[in-house]
Design a protein around this ligand. Structure first.
Ligand code: HEC
Length: 107
């Protein structure tokens, strides 16, 4: 009995160690949904903004893709894809944007 409680406590401690704040919050897709990204974007089709699949294709192989796109998302972007601009997103921390951008680039 005693050792079972101990094992459970060990398991909990391990979970706490392994889980980053982002992992606690949600998957990147859920983060994108919560942040409103998916009201303008979808993975496969153009909505207001470009399909994430196309974004991933365009930047594939570019070494500065992540940092460039983190800036685009945080500061807003215009002219890269068409005439509709993307507004700045100030509500997300840079690390959260990076998590979402890495997910976009893996589409
Ligand atoms: C109001 C609609 C809207 C919202 C909300 C929005 N986007 Fe966009 N997004 C756009 C449009 C429009 C473009 C194309 C802008 C351009 O042509 O430069 C774009 C472009 C992008 C690009 C490509 C930028 C580049 O430099 O090529 C990425 C990546 C992106 N969005 C991710 C996101 C993420 C992540 C979020 C949520 C935090 C988000 N967007 C929220 C409309 C939106």
């Amino acid at each position: 009995m005693r050792s079972r409680v101990f094992e459970a406590a060990k398991g909990l401690a391990l979970c706490a160690l392994l889980a980053t704040p982002a992992a606690w919050a949600a998957t990147p897709e859920q983060m994108a949904r919560d942040a409103g990204c998916l009201s303008c974007h979808s993975i496969n089709e153009k909505v207001v903004g470009p399909a994430y699949k196309l974004v991933a294709d365009k930047y594939r192989g570019q070494s500065d893709a992540v940092s460039h796109l983190v800036q685009s998302v945080r500061n807003g972007s215009k002219g890269a894809w068409g005439r509709i601009p993307m507004p700045a997103n100030n509500s997300l921390a840079e690390a959260e944007v990076k998590t979402i951008v890495e997910w976009v680039l893996a589409r």
